[in-house]
Design a protein around this ligand. Structure first.
Ligand code: NMX
Ligand code: MLT
Length: 435
């Protein structure tokens, strides 16, 4: 057993004891009321989920196991001379709540390498799809194709105590995460590079290997590490995390659960916004006939977008009420590596232009940029201009957060999710509306 798995096993009894005690002694304590508006506004603000893996403060942004993004990037181990920490170390942090040693990171890396080989039938499945299939559909199908490998299903069918569910869930999650970067890069090269596939090099760490398989030179390896870490987790109410949790709550294995979660990530209001941002900026440049639109041209384009009833992609958030620190981290990377990139300049100008316009329009509760406003421009700079692909990379990163979440769901005995619904008649009656 790896130190990471042993660590989870050793932490479990104390966490279980806390949950049992909380439920036994305080199970009836009320956390908050539910308003009628929340039945129709996507349950915004209803406190009814729990995770210890990350927490999102509206003004501070995300904390991974208690660490802010700058703290996470500073504390996690990295390769000698590397700018960004190992993805493997972040996985260890998310799963155990502890910053790993170099030795522990090395062990995670070796463990993922052992699990990394993708069976040939996955490639056959992908090759059987029409080439114009969206890469997110391909990614989701590739994950589903692997479902027959589920250790959880096998052990469940053999008969297993519910206290042990987390163990095969862990095995499945590691087996799946170990292959995701290879499947993502395969989709990219198959779809956009004439099927010229680059084999994985398992002597490399996760981020570097991804850059290698994408065929993009350094510092794309540094970017990949940063990208996967930043996109990993955003507490449990966002569509991809919540869907993964919901599906897993039926004891569906992690292949079914992650694939479902990523189908949610593929929506333009969620992860697909990163491709929308690039599409929108390209549209801006094309319509204005220049790579360097003026402030006035940009303002007009923003207003035109709003007046046509569309959202400004990459801006606004359901929880955040300030600039997303994931945006800030990517901006820091860009200032160092691509300060003169024309699209980066447009992205920077939009940061000054969009928020006052959204405030003037008066609808969006948060006028500031989110993670998706910045991720595409960096990919574009390194030649990954096929923006349909961007959400797949978001998905690889997101898996690193949601898979640990469902392992811990099993470990702490979270029940099948089943909230109660009411009819409009009932809500009108509660509201005292006479008909
Ligand atoms: N541009 C224009 N209008 C907006 C925007 C925006 N960027 N953000 C919110 N609004 C509108 C929203 O459509 C709603 O309008 P209406 O009353 O007509 O329905 C109104 O402002 C109130 O919405 P909020 O309560 O501020 O936002 P909500 O929590 O409902 O939605 C998002 C959050 C993220 C879905 C929303 O801000 C949005 O659509 N942003 C653009 C898409 C985007 O960037 N998504 C990525 C989010 C991050 N991620 O990776 O998932
Ligand atoms: C995310 O990373 O999931 C998005 O920012 C959406 C959210 O948190 O609601």
């Amino acid at each position: 057993m790896t130190q990471m798995k042993e660590k989870i096993a050793s932490l479990l009894p104390a966490w279980r004891e806390r949950v049992v005690r909380l439920l036994k002694e305080h199970g009836d304590t009320e956390v908050g009321p539910v308003k009628i508006s929340q039945f129709y506004n996507g349950m915004r603000g209803v406190k009814c989920l729990t995770t210890d893996i990350s927490y999102l403060d509206p003004f501070e942004g995300i904390r991974f196991r208690g660490f802010t993004i700058p703290e996470t990037l500073e504390k996690l181990p990295r390769a000698p001379g590397a700018e960004m920490p190992y993805v493997e170390g972040h996985l260890y942090l998310l799963l155990t709540g502890e910053i790993p040693t170099d030795d522990q990171v090395e062990e995670v890396n070796k463990d993922l390498q052992k699990r990394g080989k993708v069976p040939g039938y996955v490639w056959d499945t992908l090759r059987a799809l029409p080439k114009d299939t969206h890469p997110m559909t391909m990614f989701s199908i590739a994950i589903m194709a692997l479902q027959k490998e589920s250790v959880f299903v096998k052990k469940y069918n053999e008969g297993m105590s519910k206290f042990d569910y987390w163990d095969p869930m862990y095995e499945d999650a590691m087996n799946l995460f170990a292959k995701l970067h290879t499947m993502a890069a395969f989709i990219y090269r198959y779809k956009y590079k004439d099927g010229d596939i680059i084999e994985p090099d398992f002597s490399m760490d996760y981020g570097k290997n991804f850059a290698h398989m994408m065929g993009v030179a350094t510092p794309y390896d540094e970017l990949s590490r940063l990208y996967f870490i930043l996109h990993s987790d955003h507490e449990s109410g966002n569509v991809s995390a919540h869907t993964t949790h919901l599906v897993a709550s039926a004891l569906s294995d992690c292949y079914y659960s992650l694939s479902a979660g990523l189908n949610g990530l593929a929506g333009p209001l969620h992860g697909l916004a990163n491709q929308e941002v690039l599409r929108w900026i390209q549209d801006l440049m094309n319509k204005m006939g220049t790579e360097t639109p003026t402030v006035e041209q940009m303002k007009k384009f923003v207003w035109d977008t709003l007046k046509s009833g569309q959202v400004i992609p990459g801006y606004g958030h359901a929880v955040l009420r300030k600039t997303d620190p994931r945006y800030a981290a990517q901006r820091d990377f860009s200032l160092k590596h691509l300060p003169d990139d024309p699209i980066f300049k447009v992205v920077s100008m939009l940061y000054d232009i969009v928020p006052p316009i959204l405030e003037e329009q008066g609808k969006a509760k948060n006028p500031w940029p989110n993670v998706d406003a910045h991720s595409g421009v960096i990919q574009w700079h390194y030649g990954v201009t096929e923006y349909d692909f961007y959400t797949v990379m978001f998905g690889v990163g997101r898996a690193m957060g949601v898979l640990p979440n469902i392992i811990w769901d099993r470990a702490l005995g979270q029940a099948i999710e089943r909230p109660k619904s009411l009819t409009l008649d009932m809500l009108e009656e509660i509201a005292g509306i006479k008909k």
